[in-house]
Write a protein that binds this ligand. Sequence first.
Ligand code: IPD
Length: 296
Amino acid sequence: MALTKEQLKDIETKLVELAAKQVGPLIKEHAGTQFEAFDDKANQVDLVTAVDKKIESIIKQSLSTLYPDFKFVGEESYEEDHTVIGKEPTFIIDPIDGTTNFIHGYPYSCTSMGLVENGVPVCGVVFNPHLDEMYHASAGNGAFLNGKPLKVTERELKLQQSVIALEAGSERSSGSSGDDNFDIKQATYRNLLSDQGGYIHGSRSCGSAAMNMCMVAAGKLDAYWEGGCWAWDVCAGWCILAEAGGIVVGGNPQEWEVPVDERCYLAVRGGCSQPAQKGFVKEFWSHVAGKLKYRW
Ligand code: IPD
């Protein structure tokens, strides 16, 4: 099955409705109330609350009624070694992206609802109810913020003059205690920020991969680089970014094409030529201080 532009627009509209009417109000109501009501997942900084689980089940229920033939992958129902993203239309959902922000009441938690077909993100809705920002897009239909087309101002893209989102994430094993990922990330930050390296204008962290992707889509950030985030963190934002003229490549050098579950990405804004985007990517990769490795 290949979904048509019209079908995708209809799915986008339904996801926007679900985000605005059901999910957003729950996130807004409970944000900043979960200071002690959270559990650890992989470790003490990988957090989940009962609200994440409740919202995922509301979304799953609603989407399985509307689209009974589509598959569903959600952050809270993911099972290592069992969850597979195939070619069939599959919703990839993070009920609350930015759970740490949600717990602490920092206003960058959102819902992130994406759809892939043949492994490619073809629809995405990211809603931050605190800022009342609804980013939405579907393949061939353009990208929007609260119903208005996302337009990135045309301008040069230069690594040295860029502002880039970087996230520590929740995998923080350092030194001899684990793999090298955390140390490679820290060394890469240094390479990018130092006056002896990329000397970029600055780095930012929304604390939400989906919000970072949307900020790049809107051209408010030039790029976003992270290793360790998951398909549900980036799927919706990926479609929004692509529709706004941006690109997503691998976070490791030479990986021009990566699957949605790669777990290591570099997202780059539009508003410039493709050669400029490619030049930016190559220069960025020259600062990556090793090979990041993550397991799906
Ligand atoms: C996390 C956020 C965070 C990113 C992590 C993600 P969650 O998702 O997007 O910004 O750095 O890699 O796992 O746990 O809040 O849904």
